[in-house]
Design a protein around this ligand. Structure first.
Ligand code: BGC
Length: 680
């Protein structure tokens, strides 16, 4: 039956009922009118489909699925194509399991390394997060499965996530916290968006009309439905009016009755309820009319894909004297329990019940001759002196010592934030002790967010594996032994110490609110402006080969902000191994009267090059690449003047740059300025 007809036939109670879940994971059916229910499931890096013993914090088991690398890892790929492969595989599992919407991607900005859920999120940079989310969304939805962009918006800490107000000025919201969603909505038309638990400037996201209707729908053109995060309802009727169509999960009928009552007493226009129903039914219909029940997905193939994705995400942070790749014939000591039991996913609602896991020890079999010692236990802070002694002895005998370190599971999870940025003391001490006896010490890290590295000068190489999914071991071994070339780049800055982070003084906030006082200076926008030393900068990552950049061309030296500019640059592989380079484009406003970051990422591309091979990478930049959000006009604005277009291999390693003048076509309202009398 046609949707408007169905709505006409529905009773008020049925309509109110449709706007909340049937149970934990389904929308409500209206059997009398042949309206079926549709299942939604987590997300974002694997399918967490639960049966009747459902929960939303990952306690009870879900069906077996492949755990792909988490957001912290996939973002480091800087690779839209890779996100497409991930989205495609996830959608296939959804098709096979009868799930209509996958609850991801999770794209909140990494404001602080301490946010407990950073492992699921993509980046500190809004452009990177948005572009990758758009690629993921397009791929999933191409297979006729919907996504849910989450958590809209400003959910950047877990502490008091259900009540705290994220107090953010509008310019900062527009430039940092909203664009990941904006880009994904405009480029990929997500079927659904999930609102966050928190308040923004005192208003709950689940009641925020400005956010969910004025910005999301009216400005960006969103045409799906907004669902609440699980239990994120404050006042349901206000929420419905604000543009929150679906409450999840079921409310036991309580809020449905409130809706009915509000319509009856004239507080809620029934048309608003009808519109919400239409939006839910339209999306459900999109899924149902093409749902495929005969899809069989290949567990082995998806496990292999998970390994391949992981390989493209890991970041080589240090490699002194070309310690890596390892020689297969060398004597090598593997140390650390993570070699045997890798940590490859985080805790909470994204927790996947994996089809299998591949540890480094599994994967190294038949590869090379290694010794293994546990060194420490992965689930605690306590030193075990006999384990440490054994590890140091093994390291002494070997040519190379590879330590598999990382954060214990309980250090970072949905629901709470980290207290500090350190690895457990037992691991830091073990690394120092091993490095003291073995001059070729390598550290492989398993963590969802930056850690401090007090031992960085004592070790020769560091491979950041992040939380790289169930086949992590396979990827680590191929990278360590040079069967694959590292090509991940950091999607977040690693500060030297957590106190350096711009949000440090205010992160977590008080009982009611968290002030985002650093404004737009998040991540590298802050460190670069302050010229601060960082452990590793945004965009950074090493390779086993080398690249040369030359011939930066811009197709004009001047433009109006209504125009666009084409930029191209040549990149050559000057080393001896095939590799993938991430070309990064930053824009820098040279003469701004507004306070702005030094540079901001406005383009990136990943290219594969054989030794000696050269290619041209091109970008197109329009107004938005040069603009800031001007509160005087409530719009994006380019101040006339000179800008630099910079090409770099990280935010700190700018290799080529060219100047362009951009002229504004918009006048700002003039304010009489006394200061100008005394100025030249
Ligand atoms: C999380 C969401 C998740 C939902 C369902 C919530 O607690 O914040 O990200 O999708 O549970 O599991």
């Amino acid at each position: 039956m046609e949707i408007q007809k169905i709505i006409k036939e529905m009773t008020l109670e049925e309509k109110a009922g449709l706007c909340s879940g049937l149970d934990f994971w389904h929308t409500k059916p209206v059997e009398r009118l042949d309206v079926p229910s549709v299942m939604v499931s987590d997300g974002p890096h694997g399918l967490r489909k639960q049966d009747d013993r459902a929960d939303h914090i990952g306690v009870n088991e879900s069906i077996k699925a492949v755990c792909f690398p988490a957001g912290c890892a996939t973002a480091s790929s800087f690779d839209r194509e890779l996100m497409t492969r991930l989205g495609d595989a996830l959608a296939e599992e959804c098709q096979a399991e009868g799930v209509g919407v996958i609850l991801g991607p999770a794209i909140n900005i990494k404001r602080s390394p301490l946010c407990g859920r950073n492992f699921e999120y993509l980046s500190e940079d809004p452009y990177l997060a948005g572009e990758l989310a758009a690629a993921y969304t397009l791929a999933v939805q191409k297979k006729n499965i919907g996504v849910s962009l989450k958590h809209f918006a400003a959910n950047n800490q877990e502490h008091r996530r259900m009540s705290s107000s994220s107090d953010i000025d509008e310019r900062t919201l527009r430039e940092i916290y909203l664009p990941p969603f904006e880009i994904a909505v405009k480029k990929a038309k997500p079927w659904t968006v999930m609102c966050s638990y928190n308040r923004i400037n005192d208003v709950f996201s689940s009641e925020n009309k400005w956010l969910n209707t004025d910005v999301l729908r009216d400005e960006w053109g969103f045409d799906g439905y907004v669902m609440t995060d699980w239990g994120a309802v404050a006042d349901r009727v206000t929420g419905l009016k604000a543009g929150i169509e679906l409450e999840m999960p079921a409310s036991g009928g309580v809020h449905d009755r409130e809706i009915v009552q509000a319509v009856k007493n004239g507080e809620l226009d029934e048309k608003i309820l009808d519109r919400a129903c239409a939006r839910i039914l339209e999306i459900n219909e999109r899924y149902l009319k093409n749902a495929k029940s005969d899809v069989v997905w290949d567990k082995k193939a998806h496990n292999q894909l998970s390994a391949e994705i992981a390989e493209e995400c890991m970041v080589l942070l240090k490699n002194e004297n070309n310690t890596l790749p390892l020689e297969k014939n060398d004597s090598i000591a593997f140390i650390g329990e993570f070699a045997e039991k890798p940590r490859f996913q985080g805790g909470g609602s994204s927790h996947i019940n994996c089809t299998e896991t591949v540890s480094a020890l599994d994967a190294v079999e038949g590869y090379a001759n290694i010794s293994y010692s546990k060194g420490f236990y992965i689930d605690g802070d306590d030193m075990d002196f006999s384990l440490m002694h054994e590890a140091v002895e093994a390291a002494q005998k070997a040519k190379v010592a590879v330590i598999f370190a990382g954060l214990p599971d309980f250090y970072e999870s949905e629901g709470y934030d980290r207290k500090h940025m350190s690895l457990p003391e037992c691991q830091n001490r073990l690394i120092e002790a091993v490095a003291a006896v073995n001059p070729n010490t390598v550290v492989v890290l398993h963590n969802g967010s930056p850690v401090s590295m007090p031992w960085i000068n004592s070790v020769k190489a560091v491979l950041e594996a992040y939380l790289s999914g169930q086949a992590v071991g396979q990827a680590v071994i191929r990278l360590l032994f040079g069967d694959a070339n590292p090509c991940g780049r950091l999607a977040e800055s690693f500060p030297v110490k957590v106190e350096d982070n711009p949000s440090y003084l205010f992160f977590g906030g008080n009982k009611e609110r968290t002030e985002y006082r650093e404004g737009v200076f998040v991540g590298y926008r802050y460190y670069d402006k302050k010229k601060m030393e960082v452990l590793f900068p945004f965009g950074y990552g090493l390779s086993y080969t080398s690249y040369k950049y030359e011939n930066l061309v811009i197709d004009k030296e001047q433009m109006n902000d209504t125009d666009s500019v084409k930029v191209s640059v040549d990149v050559k592989n000057t080393g001896t191994m095939t590799g993938k380079e991430v070309v990064q484009l930053y824009v820098c406003d040279l003469e701004s009267t507004e306070i702005r970051p030094i540079r901001e990422l406005k383009g990136f591309d990943k290219v594969e090059l054989k030794p000696g091979e050269k290619t041209t990478v091109s970008f197109v930049l329009d107004k938005r690449a040069f603009a800031y959000y001007e509160m005087k006009i409530n719009d994006w604005y380019v101040e006339s003047g000179d800008f630099l277009i910079q090409i770099g291999s990280s935010s700190r390693d700018i290799l080529l740059e060219k100047k362009i003048r951009v002229n504004s076509t918009k006048e700002l309202p003039v304010h009489y300025d006394m200061n100008s009398i005394f100025m030249d």
